[in-house]
Design a protein around this ligand. Structure first.
Ligand code: NAP
Length: 285
């Protein structure tokens, strides 16, 4: 069994982004800029936003944070997005989800200029991913693919099972595995015989949001297990969707939580922001 080290792979990705950012500054005088918008006081969101800010600093981007109060109206938020769309020194706009309940996150995402939508959540970018002709890939699924590549784990022809069908993880994850010629099954809360379906997987991706949901009986001997979950166990400790201790010895590769998919999501966000800056300035790689 080998542990897939998300900290190591993400450090390599960020190093590459840092080098390309330096080059972009030296050759073209351009510094990529990311605007991060956070509304309200969700503590998990605050941690994610701080980590994104730190990553921007590490790779040499400018980052701007817009922390809005909980009672912000839809009009105020849309007006901020419009301003950021027009700001030439901002190449990427990220609105941290979830938004407070009175706000319409779909409308907010659709208001972001697709060229600045570095999360790849806008319908235009989702459609492009479906067609396989994308500029940006959604950060978490793309981070997972980067990990598989980094460890030379082949996808083509493999049975891939994704548990979860959210728009931000499950669905695009399945699509990216399909693009690389995996034979993909998507499972969700209505799936029958879930354990049996999962136990056929050569590559099993868990994006459920339930602590230690994937147990050893659901995992095939020698499978690659990718744990997207960011959950809390009974003691409030961060854990994943996979019962790591009991599953790990059955796997050929497994990602830990923390230190697995999480850091890859942020590294991909940096990649996307760099790409956005290049595209908006007509600079090819
Ligand atoms: P979500 O929107 O709540 O989706 C969860 C999915 O799991 C749904 O499709 C749901 O099915 C399915 N599900 C729930 N219970 C199930 C069951 N008993 N059997 C089979 N499927 C079941 O969650 P998400 O936003 O995709 O996030 C999933 C997890 O990933 C969370 O822990 C989240 O914190 C984590 N996450 C991590 C990162 C990262 O950077 N590492 C990024 C994003 C999310 P239905 O559709 O039928 O309801």
């Amino acid at each position: 069994m080998q542990i897939i080290d998300g900290n190591k792979v993400s450090a390599q990705v960020k190093e590459e982004v840092r080098n390309q950012t330096l080059e972009l500054k030296e050759k073209h005088g351009i510094t990529p800029g990311l605007a991060v918008v956070i509304v309200g006081n969700d503590s998990a969101s605050r941690v994610y936003v701080n980590n994104k800010k730190k990553a921007c600093e590490a790779v040499g981007f400018n980052s701007e944070e817009y922390a809005l109060p909980e009672q912000t109206t839809q009009e105020e938020l849309l007006s901020l997005v419009k301003t950021l769309n027009e700001k030439s020194d901002i190449n990427g706009i990220l609105v941290q989800l979830p938004l407070p309940k009175h706000l319409d996150d779909k409308a907010v995402i659709e208001a972001i200029n697709p060229e600045k939508d570095v999360d790849a959540f806008h319908a235009v970018n989702v459609g492009k991913i479906m067609l396989g002709e994308y500029d940006f890939l959604p950060c978490t699924p793309a981070g997972v693919m980067e990990m598989l590549h980094s460890y030379d784990i082949p996808v083509s022809g493999k049975n891939c099972v994704v548990i979860g069908r959210s728009n931000i993880v499950g669905k695009p994850m399945a699509m990216l595995l399909l693009h690389e010629n995996g034979t993909v099954t998507i499972c969700h809360s209505r799936t029958k015989n879930l354990a049996e379906v999962c136990s056929q997987a050569d590559i099993l991706v868990a994006a459920v949001g339930k602590p230690k949901f994937v147990t050893a009986d659901m995992v095939k001997e020698g499978a690659v297990v990718i744990d997207v979950g960011m959950d809390r166990d009974e003691n409030g400790k961060l854990c994943g969707d996979v019962d790591f201790e009991n599953v790990k010895d059955k796997c050929s590769f497994i990602t830990p939580v923390p230190g697995g998919v999480g850091p890859m999501t942020i590294a991909t966000l940096m990649k996307n922001t760099l790409k956005a800056a290049k595209l908006q300035n007509n600079i090819s790689d």
